[in-house]
Write a protein that binds this ligand. Structure first.
Ligand SMILES: NC(=O)c1ccc[n+]([C@@H]2O[C@H](COP(=O)([O-])OP(=O)(O)OC[C@H]3O[C@@H](n4cnc5c(N)ncnc54)[C@H](O)[C@@H]3O)[C@@H](O)[C@H]2O)c1
Length: 378
């Protein structure tokens, strides 16, 4: 006898095409004893129809009153909105992306409703958690898309061509920030035949960049290692020196893809207006950090800014532009997380587990995580 029920709501934030579960993951969860309820058309923008969910064993209903009651946990991509929260019964759990600094009001509303909220943004990056690492799965999509978008915006070929009409040199691509998204952008640009160089403030990135056949740009700067494999927040002095050293590398590039981020902080400014002005006409900057302030001074999220013939694309929510596979991977992450929440066929989160405790944003109207509490109280 089991007693686990998952509810999946449609995403209502404009421009969000992903969904928190897909038929493949429903099959896996149903086989593990879950009842899965899905709001009608939740998957339609990711190419998953209601019939596909039903065939996988889900109950699909247009009525949230049929989807949500009795759910142990609601899965979403984006945090529930203030309009959605009153529909979620008190005491239910919710799992989604959720940033304590950016989503403060939503988190407070969930506390008031005694919702237990878990955020993929807070997943500890330990090897046991890799199958639940939604930040990485979505960053993989973002990096891939960034390279493809750069290739289509650039009025040149990426690969070298030796033709009867003459030889075309390969495009010079520079990737700033060689984390999960940056490495995927490097791999994709390499597959398209570009000449790729990359830079990161973490020393471990050098080997990873080189293993993809790209050149690591070594600057005369101290490494900026934080905890958990992340970069630490850098001083304005460090960033100013970095900009001074990187300027000529930017000017020599046909394409610059920026992916640099510091968890929970504004993205560091790496590419100034002056550097964009120094790039050749037709060059392209694709800024993956557009939604967190931008790595480029010129960036406007969701827009193309053309300056002196250089196009700066501020990518907003890039995984949503490839929703089928982004949702497929996200749903796998959700299913792995849900498996961790079950004991003897019951939904029974173990708050002594490092992953459960690390991801928990609110519980019983409180914020159990000190780091989250300090951000919320700041
Ligand atoms: N389960 C695991 O163990 C696990 C999972 C995922 C990632 N990781 C580690 O974490 C690393 C970073 O993860 P992410 O991609 O989510 O990071 P992220 O999205 O927070 O940042 C992207 C990249 O920007 C870099 N960066 C920050 N400031 C910069 C600056 N001023 N100039 C240039 N680059 C700058 C960071 O070092 C990082 O590589 C990974 O490469 C990996 O080593 C570990």
């Amino acid at each position: 006898m089991n007693n686990m029920k998952l509810a999946v709501m449609s995403e209502t934030i404009a421009g969000e095409n992903r969904v928190a579960t897909v038929p493949d993951a429903v099959r896996r969860l149903v086989a593990a004893g879950w009842e899965v309820y899905v709001q009608s058309d939740a998957g339609i923008r990711s190419q998953f129809t209601d019939v596909m969910y039903e065939q996988a064993g889900a109950v699909v209903s247009p009525d949230l009153a049929a989807v949500l009651p009795g759910a142990d946990i609601v899965a979403k991509v984006r945090p529930p909105t203030p309009e959605e929260i009153p529909n979620i019964p008190e005491g239910t759990s919710v799992v989604s992306f959720m940033q304590p600094a950016a989503d403060r009001d939503v988190i407070k509303a969930m506390m008031a409703r005694k919702i237990t909220a878990y955020s993929f943004d807070l997943l500890p990056r330990i090897s046991r958690a890799q199958s639940m690492d939604a930040l990485s799965s979505q960053a993989t999509v973002s990096g891939y898309r960034a390279a493809l978008i750069a290739a289509t915006l650039l009025p040149k070929f990426f690969p070298m061509f030796m033709t009867a009409a003459g030889t075309i040199p390969p495009a010079k691509v520079m990737v700033m920030g060689a984390g999960v998204a940056g490495l995927q952008a490097i791999a994709t640009a390499k597959r398209l035949g570009a000449q790729v160089r990359a830079y990161d403030v973490r020393t471990a990135a050098k080997e990873e960049v080189e293993s993809l056949g790209a050149t690591f740009i070594q600057l005369d700067l101290e490494a900026q290692e934080g905890s958990g494999g992340y970069a630490k927040e850098q001083s304005e002095e460090f960033l100013a020196r970095q900009r001074e050293l990187i300027g000529k590398e930017v000017a020599a590039s046909d394409v610059v893809i920026t992916t640099a981020a510091i968890p929970g902080r504004r993205a560091p400014l790496l590419v100034t207006r002056e550097m964009v002005e120094m790039m050749s006409t037709g060059a392209v900057v694709v800024d993956l950090a557009a939604d967190s302030g931008g790595n480029c001074e010129v960036t406007e999220p969701g827009k193309d800014v053309v300056m002196n013939g250089v196009t700066v694309r501020g990518l907003s929510n890039p995984p949503s532009s490839m929703p089928e596979h982004a949702s497929f991977l996200f749903a796998r992450n959700v299913a792995s997380f849900l498996e961790l929440m079950v004991k003897d066929g019951e939904f029974a989160p173990d708050f002594d587990d490092e992953i459960v405790a690390g991801m928990c944003v609110t519980r019983e109207g409180m914020i159990p995580n000190d780091a989250v509490a300090s951000v919320m109280n700041a």
